[in-house]
Design a protein around this ligand. Structure first.
Ligand code: ADP
Ligand code: MG
Ligand code: MG
Length: 889
């Protein structure tokens, strides 16, 4: 098996060109596979080779040792590069230099380390100066190399080098790095080497092969660095993938005014607009753009003009190279059929491609690009549906800043990631995490972010940086996470000692509230009011396509008319779960509920229930009207009664007064109701069995409302009455008969009838196993996967927070089973119940109403099992519609 694959350069060298493994991301990583792919379609890619991910896994597993095979393969591959560029590695007269780059299967921006200009030493730097005729360039490359190598490979603090650089500039009265002359840089290299010797106790390695293997080892090992682990955890990336290593001939963007480097997207990653988008810097190397050391320039003239920037765009300053780049953009989109995120370098006027990948994008951009590309004929409708991550829609469904609300604008930065957020200022990632843990909304404010800040960015509602461009670390990561971000706000200065912030002439403290508008780049004082988003345009088009392609219905879990309206606006086709108990908590009703619970006997309960009946009838009436004939599943009372009990002394006193009984008496009744394990206690259908008058009242309220609303003349109401927590057929039989009796009574009284269904939730393992029996009494099953997960796993969902984290970290469960259905275990119960239920009653309606009904992976499972519908909370309805379509494709 190859440990190394070559790319670029002549194909006659007998190397593994066009081996399918070479273009397989699992083998050569995303970066390596795409470099090979670009070289394959004839684009200008500096020659190089990729060490496989398999080698990095082997290296880490086998005690960090290189195999003989790897050493031999790398030696051969180096020769491939040398031949292609006509220079030799370590040659003091005309040295070949390389970059050593990591590249995992999926892009982990900024997570892994890269070393540029490797192969420079005291001898080769002179050769490079001679051969290029540019001593400044040679010394600039050498100082960059020492700094990167020392940081990435030798583990020295990069701050030491930055400090030396700052002092060098200050001493000479310079503002920018580019003002340093060849002599200045040579002197700086001397200082850098002393720093290394002092810190490391040994000189900077001069042997180019030692340099190369040191860098390869560092890339391998960076896979297990803390920040890489955090990133993997946040993004569900398995720990055993490993990373590939790319060794590639250097091309130089720092060879003077005809050289440059840049990052670009073939379409705008924020809005999705079809126009080239990017940033570049003259006379610089790649990391300068990303690290935000200099503020980059716009790629296109239109963008520069729109932004009112002075420095020329690449289109204006280097028209020939720009034209070539634009041609490459179009070729790449046609080839990959997706928006590409590209790194390029221009060396003395010649364009070189250094990276391409499918670009990260905001939800809004993903939608627009999918719809546009389908319109352009680049992709078909099905592909467009599959292009949008359902979970990303969440970004579009939440409120945005009210455009008419007054804004106290403190300053403007770059619109790095759209969306709006308000929160308290925090000045470091740990504080962000700490405060967010206390349920506080925070905005992380940094000079610039680095991979060490990931956990804080995740905890924050929004991110603000004083430096960095649109492709800075902060911007890229924020867009990936869906967090609003304003970057490069140069008016912001941070004082970490006093924990204060100066924005323009205003002084703010850590903890003060600010608002960010990531789409406009605005920073505002205080909280700005928000409005609901408009869901038309591309969103509407994609949803229409999704609806056309999905098989399952999508309902919502809702119990208030407002939620019902929201859900219908999002396209819900009915209610899958209306939790009646939520209606019991209203201020006007809770005392009647308590009177019912605390009553000494049935008569007392009936008196209290009579007070609740009109209220419930009113609730159901409003819901039926709102849902206009769409199916509504209403669950009868489910939670343990003590949840409604008073807890504070004043509440007991008020209630005693209300009911005309003694406080002591009430407290005694409350004690009697206490349960050791209420989730497995007196709840669900057990309430209906022991206090039938409660379910009678609820059933009566449902049917009275259904008859009344139907009589009003709209669409006929077809209520679906759902009995919770059933374990046996007998339970359901008793309660179904109770509901049927209540229905008949109401129909007789009203002289009118409505259609209705009685069914049950399947949320206990016994019910799943006995589904064949239970189906004799049920017209529908709704999988209550919250309780089913809890009872199948024996894990209390209210207590799981304390131990499920480590469980997921150690891979015991791949994901939180309350978020994403445990398909292996709980999924089997669902499958068994569906199968057995259908065997008894082929036309039985099957749905899911747990939280999982809004989780794309769980929805894919529901499609596989053949459920009729999923039900999700209102804001998840569009996610479910899209996920259901993707599952059906
Ligand atoms: P990351 O994955 O963090 O972007 P890269 O491996 O892509 O890291 O490299 C970092 C920077 O170095 C990029 O901007 C890239 O363009 C530049 N770079 C990498 N290899 C070369 C090379 N052979 N010649 C010139 N620049 C390079
Ligand atoms: Mg890169
Ligand atoms: Mg339940």
């Amino acid at each position: 098996m190859n440990t190394v694959y070559n790319f670029g350069g002549p194909k006659s060298d007998g190397a593994a060109h066009d081996d399918p493994r070479q273009k397989d991301k699992t083998v050569t990583g995303g970066k390596g596979a795409n470099l090979a792919e670009m070289a394959g379609i004839g684009l200008p890619v500096p020659p190089g080779f990729t060490i496989t991910t398999e080698e990095s896994v082997r290296y880490l597993n086998e005690g960090e040792a290189f195999s003989d095979k790897l050493r031999a393969d790398v030696a051969a591959a180096l020769t491939h590069i040398e031949r292609a560029v006509g220079k030799n590695f370590g040659d003091p007269a005309d040295p070949m230099l390389v970059s050593v780059r990591s590249g995992a299967r999926v892009s982990m921006p900024g997570m892994m380390d890269t070393v540029l200009n490797l192969g420079l030493n005291d001898a080769t730097v002179a050769g490079l100066a001679d051969i290029s005729g540019d001593a400044r360039f040679a010394w600039d490359s050498y100082r960059r190399f020492i700094q990167m190598y020392s940081d990435v490979v030798l583990g020295l603090d990069h701050g030491l080098f930055e400090e030396a650089m700052e002092i060098a500039k200050e001493d000479r009265g310079y503002f920018t790095d580019t003002e340093l002359s060849a002599e200045d840089l040579q002197e700086l290299v001397g200082q850098y080497k002393s720093i290394v010797e002092e810190e490391r106790g040994a000189p900077f390695p001069q042997d180019v092969h030692e340099q190369l293997w040191g860098a390869i080892a560092a890339v391998f090992e960076s896979w297990d660095a803390d920040r890489a682990k955090v990133y993997r955890r946040l993004n569900n990336i398995p720990g055993d993938w490993g990373t590939a290593v790319n060794v590639q001939a250097m091309v130089f963007g720092n060879m003077g005014e005809t050289s440059a480097t840049g990052v670009a997207f073939t379409r705008d990653p924020s809005t999705g607009e079809r126009s080239y988008y990017g940033e570049w810097l003259v006379n610089a190397q790649g990391e300068d753009v990303v690290a935000g050391i200099r503020t980059p320039q716009y790629l296109t003239k239109a963008r520069r003009v729109a932004a009112g920037a002075d420095l020329p765009s690449m289109e204006e300053a280097m028209p020939a190279a720009y034209e070539e780049l634009a041609r490459v953009f179009d070729l790449l989109e046609l080839h990959y059929k997706d928006m590409q995120d590209i790194e390029f370098t221009v060396e003395r006027g010649k364009l070189w491609m250094l990276q391409t990948r499918s670009g990260k994008r905001t939800a809004k951009a993903a939608l627009k690009m999918a719809v546009d590309m389908a319109g352009e004929g680049l992709i078909d409708e099905e592909t467009a549906i599959l292009r949008v991550d359902p979970m990303a829609l969440d970004q579009l469904l939440h409120p945005t800043l009210d455009p008419d609300a007054p804004r106290d604008i403190l300053a403007k930065g770059l619109p790095a990631s759209p969306g709006a957020a308000s929160g308290k200022i925090v000045l470091d990632a740990d504080t962000a995490e700490l405060w967010a843990g206390r349920e506080e909304a925070v905005i992380l404010v940094r000079v610039e972010t680095s991979p060490e800040d990931i956990h804080g960015m995740h905890a924050a509602k929004g991110i603000l940086t004083a430096r960095g461009g649109m492709t800075s670390h902060a911007a890229v990561v924020a867009r990936g996470m869906g967090r609003p971000c304003v970057s490069g706000a140069s008016a912001v200065s941070i004082n970490l000692v006093n924990r204060t912030l100066r924005i323009g002439d205003r002084e703010l403290q850590e903890g003060d509230i600010i608002t960010l508008d990531g789409a406009k780049g605005e920073i505002m004082a205080g909280q700005v009011p928000t409005i609901e988003p408009a869901l038309d345009g591309d969103f509407g088009v994609l949803m229409e396509w999704a609806d056309k392609h999905r098989r399952m219905g999508v309902r919502t879990n809702a119990e208030t008319p407002a939620d019902c309206r929201t859900a219908r606006g999002f396209g819900a086709e009915g209610i899958g779960l209306c939790r009646t108990e939520h209606m019991f908590f209203d201020a006007g009703r809770i005392s009647a509920v308590r009177a019912m619970i605390l009553a000494d006997d049935e008569t007392g309960r009936r008196t209290a229930l009579a007070r609740l009946l009109p209220e419930q009838r009113g609730d159901f009436g409003e819901i039926f009207r709102t849902m206009a004939g769409l199916p509504c599943t209403i669950r009868l009372l489910d939670p343990p009664l003590h949840e409604f009990m008073p807890t504070r002394d004043e509440e007991f006193a008020d209630l005693a007064n209300d009911l005309g009984v003694a406080v002591d008496h009430l407290k005694r009744r409350a004690d009697e109701l206490h349960e050791f394990n209420p989730m497995l206690g007196h709840r669900g259908c057990r309430l209906g069995i022991t206090f039938p008058e409660i379910y009678e009242m609820q059933a009566r309220a449902i049917f009275e409302a259904a008859c009344d609303v139907t009589a009003e003349g709209g669409d006929a109401v077809v209520p679906e009455v759902m009995i919770p927590l059933v374990a046996t057929r007998k339970e359901l039989e008793i309660l179904r008969k109770l509901v049927d009796r209540a229905a008949e009574q109401v129909f007789t009284e009203k002289g009118a009838r409505v259609e209705y269904l009685v069914g049950t939730m399947i949320e206990l393992p016994r019910a799943a196993l006995m589904a064949g029996e239970i189906a004799h009494e049920a017209k529908f099953f709704s999988f209550g996967t919250n309780d089913l997960t809890q009872t199948a796993l024996g894990v209390s969902r209210d207590d799981a927070g304390r131990f499920l984290g480590p469980y997921v970290e150690q891979g015991i469960y791949a994901r939180d089973p309350f978020v994403s259905l445990d398909i292996d275990g709980v999924g089997q119960l669902v499958e068994i119940a569906a199968e057995r239920g259908r065997a008894t009653t082929p036309e039985i309606k099957l749905g899911i109403c747990g939280e999982h009904g809004g989780d794309p992976e769980s929805i894919a499972f529901c499609e596989k099992v053949g459920l009729d519908y999923v039900s999700a909370s209102p804001y998840r309805v569009p996610i479910a519609r899209l996920a259901a379509a993707q599952a059906a494709l």
